[in-house]
Design a binder for this molecule. Structure first.
Ligand code: TYD
Length: 209
């Protein structure tokens, strides 16, 4: 049986992540790879229930610590119930967001810091990491932050946070790419949709069968 691979797709709001996830799954399928797509927060029945708690309600509904724990708890269930079984069956899993979202949003975006969030992941999911993480980034960070503030299609509890928060998240993603260049690849999300998909595929070239 071929080895399964776990890929996560990351980025701030409004970078076309969900469209690219679909395109990537199609391209891998054409190469004969069996692909399971999933998302966070969510991806298993228990984690989807926690998603509802995380994304609705007032911004101050959870303290930064409680919020980080809820994301870690959802992830633990997602890994155990959905991701590991698919990998064990030789499939590829592509997740719309994973740990690096928590590192950037809960770690980089608040005073908690990235190391505290890594600690929660060590406990919750035994430190389980993607084989590769693709972070979609737009060059005009301030523009992205402004777009996030202009509530487009009903942003969720976290998407509604101010431009400074989203700039800190963007900075944190870039820092993760610099810290872990082998796993975390920063990908330019500007230009034609097709070009962006090609850039993503290029970052997976060494993993393809
Ligand atoms: P998502 O459903 O991917 O929304 P979007 O289409 O805006 O990317 O994610 C929901 C929100 O949850 C998004 O604002 C990012 C946030 N989030 C975190 O803050 N930490 C996490 O660990 C994850 C997975 C998501």
């Amino acid at each position: 049986m071929p080895d399964g691979r776990f890929i996560s797709l990351e980025g701030g709001e409004g970078v076309g992540k969900t469209t690219q996830l679909r395109a990537l799954a199609t391209e891998l399928g054409k190469r004969g790879i069996e692909v399971v797509t999933t998302r966070e927060p969510g991806g298993s029945p228990g984690a989807e229930a926690i998603r509802g708690l995380l994304l609705s309600g007032e911004d101050g509904r959870w303290s930064p610590r409680a919020e980080a724990l809820l994301f870690a708890a959802a992830r633990a269930d997602h890994v155990e119930k959905t991701i590991r079984p698919a990998l064990d069956a030789g499939k590829w899993v592509i997740s719309d967001r994973f740990l690096d979202s928590s590192l950037a949003y809960q770690g980089g975006g608040t005073d908690l810091g990235v190391d505290a969030v890594r600690g929660l992941h060590r406990f919750g999911s035994a430190g389980f990491l993607p084989d590769r993480t693709l972070v979609l980034l737009l060059p005009d960070r301030a523009g992205v932050a402004r777009a996030n503030e202009r509530d487009g299609d009903e942003p969720d509890r976290i998407g509604r946070r101010d431009a400074d928060y989203h700039l800190a998240v963007d900075r944190a993603f870039r820092a993760l790419g610099a810290e872990e260049p082998e796993r975390v690849r920063l990908v330019d999300a500007s230009g034609e949709q097709r070009q962006v998909t090609e850039r993503l595929l290029a970052e997976l070239a060494d993993l393809l069968p």
